[in-house]
Every structure is written in C-alpha cells, then in structure tokens.
Design a protein around this ligand. Structure first.
Ligand code: UD1
Ligand code: PEP
Length: 472
C-alpha cells in the first residue's frame, strides 16, 4: 500500500488582471515526465480472446475532484484505472491536504477531511486537463480557490470561460493573477444557487459547476448541460455523498445545496472510450473478440457505425459484448461510413482518430467531421506516412479506403503520437499495416490506457514497448 505524498511549494502573486473573454489554457507535454518510449508493432495478426476494460479515466478524474467536497469522512473509490492521469489527480488531492491510499485492485481511499489548502500543486495541474475540475469543489467548500491553468491533450485552445462565467453566476468573483484563476465567493461566505445556461454543453464546465453548486445556498439550475455518462457518474458519486442532484445525464440539472457532504463507497463506470478502442481493434484486424465490463448504452453510436461497416456486435451478457468482423454482414470486406463527432449521445470525439485508422482500411470513401475540438487532426499526417489515403480540409477529413486485403492496406513505418487518442489510432493502424510500425510518444497513450500493449498482447497482437533511443 503506497501513500501518495507531495510537498507543497506554491504561492500566488497578487497582481490582478482583467479576465479575457476566453482564457485559453496552457497545454503540457507529458513526454517530459517519463523516459521516451515507443511501441513496436508487427502488423497483420488477427486477434482473439477477451479484453478486460478498466474504469473510466474521465469519470475517475471527476470523482477524485468531487472528493474535495466530502469533508465528513473518507470515501472508498473502486474500479479506478491505474493511469498517469489518475495518479496525477491523486497528487493534486494530496497537495491540498487530502490523504490518498491505494488499497490494490483499483481501490483507493480518499480522505479529504483535512484538506486545508485552496491552492493545488501547479505542476500537477499543468499536466492534466481535469486539474481545473478542482476549482468548483474548492470554492464550494472553502469559498475560494487559486488554481493554475490545466494541461491535457493539445486538441484545441480549450478555454475555461464557461467554468468562470458559471462560477460568477453562482456569486463568485473571478480574477486571473500570475497565470492562476483566483475565485472567491463574493459575499465572503459561500456560493449562492442560480440559473446558468451553458452556451455549449462542455463536460468539464458542467462537472465543475455541478460540484460547485452542491454546497451553494439554495437551488441551482444548469441548462444545456453535458449529458455524457461521466457527468452522470459524477452526479451519482455526489448523491451517494449526500448531495441533492436531479436530472444529471439530461440537459437540465437541478442541484439543491447542502451544508456538508460525507464520504461514501463508489464504483467508477467502465471506460467507454477504452472499450470502443478495443472494438475498433477487432474491426481493423477483421477479428472476433469479446470485452467486458461495458455499458452497452454508452457505446450505441459506435455500435451503429461498426454495424454499417459490416461488423456483427452481440451482447453476450449484461456487460459483455462480442465484436466480430470476420464475416461481414455484407458478404465482403468492411464498408466505409461517414461520421461527425458531437456531444453525447452523438459520436464521441475521443473515438474519432481510432475510427479514421479503421476507415483507411475499409472499402470506399468516407468523410469524418470533427465538430467538438478545433484542432484534433494531428494523427492525419502520421496515418498518411503509413500510406493512408486521407485528405484534410480544416476539421474535415476525406478518407479513401484501400481496396487491398486489410493487412496490406497500410505500410509500417516510424510515427509519432501527438495526443492520447491519436496515439491509440496509430497503434491500431500499426496492427493493420504490413511490416513493422513504431509509435513514439507513448507517454500520451499512458495518460489514458491502462496497459494497452499488455491487453493487446493477450489478444494475440505482436506489440512491445521499447526505450526510444531516437526521440523526435
Ligand atoms: C478529463 C475529461 O473529462 N476530458 C474529456 C472532456 O474534456 P473537456 O471537459 O475539456 O471538454 P469540453 O466538453 O469542455 O470541451 C468541448 C468544447 O467546448 C469548448 N469549451 C469548453 C469549456 C469552456 O469553458 N469553453 C469552451 O469553449 C472546448 O474548447 C471544446 O471545443 O470532454 C471532452 C469532450 O467529450 C473529451 O474529449 C475529453 O476526453
Ligand atoms: C482529450 C482527452 O483527454 P483530456 O481531456 O484529459 O485531455 C481524451 O481522453 O481523449
């Protein structure tokens, strides 16, 4: 059992700045944190067997932040994925004064009773997007917070204006000082319930404001809220901790503030994006695999697309899916499909790059439109190096599938992951490429996939991790 501990060495210079309409957040490079590594894949092998899906990264990060409001007793969080990002979030909590103890098997005890600081470790916040999620629960519990700008994938400007406008609606003063967001309840006591309409259903802003409102005086209503399963999971954790929240998982969330929240026992939902990545792995290698645990409803938009391609997806138990791409329903090889990413229940942006790899091996032309993030196409030039027929026009990619056997659709070479899901897309492409593919920048992949290469090896893939002696 390891106890996370971190020294606190933070201070905030008190130089008030006006808040720009959209504060763009600084984005860190996780590669600076671990030695450079690459994944080396020999393509062309079919997969078989069963993939074990870990707990959801995005849900785990939000729930860990949500622990901050639990001032009355510890929580036992079960099913946490062991990821660089979840460990970083634990560092953030420890930097605030929380006790975090690993119990093994993905169970973590978080005791936030002694949280006393409102300034989390700047370095840790700068490594993950979810670092900024602590803003809401800190202001809820202490009436103030000073948080530096977060990291995360470089997939767009990723401003936090909705977080800040929402907190202002709940009665907070917001200032930017020395690169930190400084938020203070204006009445000197605590936040006050209010109505806030999100101009876009941002996941992080919805989660931050929902956490903030759990201890605000009176009733808060969030409209045009994000409906992602991770928002609902966070709400269920908060409800188990004593919060009063209705409507999470729909576009209107009503929160009635409570004076104090307590610890609880809670299990994180399975990671729908990891599950989706394995489903696409089965499709791109024209294989049949099963996976569990999954919540089938969370995967509906991907299931619809894979069915159009010709895959057969079968529920083998309440939480077990089988994906078969061996004999397509159309009788021939997999067919192309178009996709547009959009907020849940639309097609998830976090599966767009992996689908692009698949489409590069399917019959026919397809079009992929990325509508959630303005800069999430870094994988295109790497897929082009592998021989994929992709033409990029802004956030729209036209993919010309290769009319060859799937294992010859791409040619192995050295490629570089620029972000988490783009990295996963390159690994998938490598499994469908002739020869050897080296994917550098594995630190990006480690942020969000627990043991990706070990899980793929157990399905029969030829993939190994090596030190990258020639980092880019
Ligand atoms: C840790 C975590 O949960 N990450 C997920 C979360 O990111 P994250 O919470 O950052 O994503 P958002 O839903 O907030 O972002 C979606 C869009 O809204 C914009 N926006 C967001 C906030 C804001 O204040 N102003 C604004 O303009 C963003 O720039 C982006 O274009 O949801 C994304 C969309 O499903 C996923 O890809 C990420 O995996
Ligand atoms: C974009 C992602 O993560 P983050 O928001 O943590 O950068 C992701 O999980 O694909």
């Amino acid at each position: 059992m390891a106890l996370f501990s971190l020294p606190l060495s933070l201070h905030c210079l008190r130089t008030p700045l006006a808040i720009p309409a959209k504060i763009e957040t600084s984005i860190s490079n996780p590669q600076t944190l671990v030695p450079d590594q690459k994944l080396v894949i020999s393509g062309g092998l079919k997969l078989s067997g069963h993939a074990q899906i870990s707990g959801s990264k995005n849900s785990a990060l939000a729930v860990l932040a949500g622990d901050i409001v639990c001032s009355d007793g510890p929580s036992l969080i079960r099913g946490l994925p062991d990821l660089v990002d979840t460990r970083t979030m634990a560092e953030v909590l420890v930097s605030l004064g929380a006790k975090v103890e690993e119990m093994g098997g993905g169970d973590l005890v978080v005791d936030a009773r002694e949280v006393s600081s409102v300034e989390p470790c700047e370095d840790a916040i700068g490594r993950i997007r979810a670092g900024i999620f602590v803003l809401g629960p800190l202001v809820a519990r202490f009436g103030e917070a000073e948080v530096s700008l977060p990291g995360g994938c470089r997939i767009g400007a990723r401003p936090i204006d909705l977080y800040l406008r929402g907190l202002e609606a709940l009665g907070a003063n917001v200032q930017l000082r020395d690169g930190k967001v400084c938020v203070r309840a204006a009445n000197g006591r605590g936040l006050v319930g209010a109505h806030f309409h999100l101009s876009f259903p941002s996941v992080g802003a919805t989660e931050t404001l929902m956490m903030a409102a759990t201890m605000a005086e009176g009733v808060s209503v969030l409209t045009n809220a994000a409906q992602e399963p991770e928002v609902l999971d966070l709400a269920e954790f908060l409800i188990a901790s004593g919060a009063c929240i209705e409507g999470a998982g729909t576009s209107t969330i009503v929160i009635t503030g409570r004076k104090q929240l307590h610890g609880c026992e809670f299990t994180i939902i399975p990671d729908r994006i990891e599950a989706g990545t394995f489903m696409i792995a089965a499709a791109i290698t024209r294989s049949c695999i099963s996976l569990s645990p999954v919540i089938p409803k969370h995967l509906e938009s991907l299931v619809d697309k894979l069915a159009i391609a010709g895959c057969k997806i079968t529920l083998r138990g309440p939480r077990i899916l089988e994906v078969s791409a061996t004999a397509s329903r159309t009788g021939g090889d997999l067919q192309s499909f178009n996709l547009v990413t959009s907020p849940y229940p639309g097609f998830p942006t976090d599966l767009q790059p992996q689908c692009m790899s698949l489409l590069a091996t399917c019959n026919g032309k397809s079009k992929i439109d990325e509508s959630v993030f303005e800069n999430r196409m870094h994988h295109v030039k790497e897929l082009q190096k592998l021989g994929a027929g992709i033409e990029l026009n802004g956030n729209s990619a036209s993919v010309e599938g290769r009319r060859t056997p799937w294992w010859m659709a791409l040619r192995g070479c050295h490629v570089e992951a620029a972000d988490l899901r783009g990295g996963a897309a390159l690994v998938l492409a490598g499994m469908a490429a002739e020869g050897t593919t080296e994917v550098a920048g594995v630190a990006h992949i480690d942020r969000g996939y627990q043991g990706l290469e070990t899980k793929l090896q157990s399905l029969g893939a030829n993939i190994k991790r090596e030190v990258d002696s020639m980092p880019q």
